[in-house]
Design a protein around this ligand. Structure first.
Ligand code: GLA
Length: 382
């Protein structure tokens, strides 16, 4: 199989009849635990995956960005001056590029034009953050061409701004932060309030397996925004800045202040924050058993209290649990479809992957994609 870097260099050369000056890549992510906590100022524990968005390019002298997308087989181009003002547009791939450059420009970065080819192997809409990968790959391409200092945290924040304000999707900071700050063979415990992170290694005897249900989320934006509003309302009813500021004992004491739905939403967020910090400690102690148990608890909480799972995700998690080598499994990302993630004893990953996929296929009729994934570096020039 040809790797993505070779493939994009060849595509560039075929298209422009000259080789690229540079290739950048930025990875998608899988969140191990800490779901729907980022916009509550809480903790997340994502890791990068070995699937990325790649851009190969050369600088140009015409103050434009000119791009050919291999995945969509289309061209896109725009003059840099077109991104001076905020003009929210659609969610097509080119708007993520434009939006990221708008955010960079409005933060005072001087940008030069470039011409490139873009391609990726992060599945779209699967909950593995193909959009954050695209934003950070764009930021990296701009940094290589315009030669500014690369500050990972700042680049993640500006990419999030592009997604919130240009594309119009109200995501938290997790996806952009891990795509910018990820490190090979590590996950990142990240505090979404202080913006401080701690890299943690994966347990030595366990592997991360992505379980793509083959279903894609529908109506996710409105459900996601509803959950955000419910969390903010619960925080203000509890007189705290964010759900990050209350622990489970206090929440249980104040249950009567909240309506039952708000209470369950808050209980998920508060308990998930605690699980996420414990999960990082378990990883540091090389305790795969505890990490797996925390992932299981996270799924139950997302399913029953936060109500963002789906029949397919629940079934996939059940199928994973039927394998004795499964240490833990949960839905990952925003939910409502897409992927689950499992922690599996390394010697059995092939058997686990095959059997889980067969079991899921025969019980749902859906076509799953089950694969082991390894953490790679965050946004980088190759
Ligand atoms: C999406 C968002 C993230 C985060 C997750 C849920 O991936 O982009 O910011 O809120 O959902 O944990």
């Amino acid at each position: 199989m040809i790797d993505m870097q070779t493939c994009i260099v060849k595509a560039f050369t075929d298209y422009f009849h000259v080789g690229p000056d540079w290739v950048v890549r930025s990875p998608g992510r899988v969140n191990l635990i800490g779901e729907h906590t980022d916009y509550n100022d809480g903790f997340v524990l994502p890791m990068t995956i070995d699937r990325s968005v790649y851009i190969a390019g050369i600088p140009n002298n015409n103050d434009r960005v000119e791009l050919f997308s291999l995945d969509y087989d289309t061209n896109g181009s725009f003059p840099l001056e077109e991104i001076n003002e905020l003009k929210p547009n659609s969610t097509t791939w080119l708007e993520y590029v434009k939006g990221t450059m708008w955010a960079l420009k409005s933060a005072g970065y001087h940008l030069s034009g470039w011409t490139g080819v873009i391609a990726g192997d992060v599945p779209i809409g699967a909950g593995l953050s193909s959009s954050a990968a695209l934003e950070l790959a764009t930021a990296r391409a701009c940094q290589v061409v315009s030669k500014f200092v690369w500050d990972e945290t700042e680049m993640a924040l500006l990419s999030q701004r592009a997604e919130n304000q240009w594309v119009g999707v109200q995501c938290g900071i997790m996806d952009q932060m891990i795509s910018a700050r990820g490190l090979r063979d590590h996950a990142l415990l990240f505090d979404c309030r202080s913006l401080e992170g701690r890299l943690v290694s994966l347990p030595s005897n366990a592997s991360i397996v992505i379980l793509d249900t083959g279903t894609r989320r529908g109506l996710v934006d409105s459900a996601y925004n509803d959950r955000r509003d419910q969390c903010e309302d619960a925080a203000s009813a509890l007189s705290v800045n964010a759900l990050r500021d209350i622990d489970l004992t206090e929440l249980l004491n104040k249950e009567s202040i909240l309506d039952p739905v708000a209470f369950r939403r808050a209980r998920h967020v508060v308990s998930e924050n605690a699980r996420t910090e414990r999960a990082a400690l378990a990883m540091e102690m090389d305790n795969a058993i505890e990490l797996g148990e925390l992932m299981d608890d996270s799924h139950v909480s997302l399913r029953d209290d936060f109500e963002v799972s789906s029949i397919a995700l629940d079934e996939m998690v059940e199928c994973a649990h039927r394998q004795p080598s499964c240490l833990g499994a949960r839905m990952t990302g925003a939910g409502f479809g897409g992927c689950a993630v499992a922690l599996v004893e390394t010697p059995y990953i092939e058997e686990f992957s095959r059997r889980t996929a067969e079991d899921y296929r025969s019980s749902t009729g859906n076509d799953p994609d089950v694969y082991v994934c390894n953490a790679t570096n965050g946004a980088e020039q190759l």
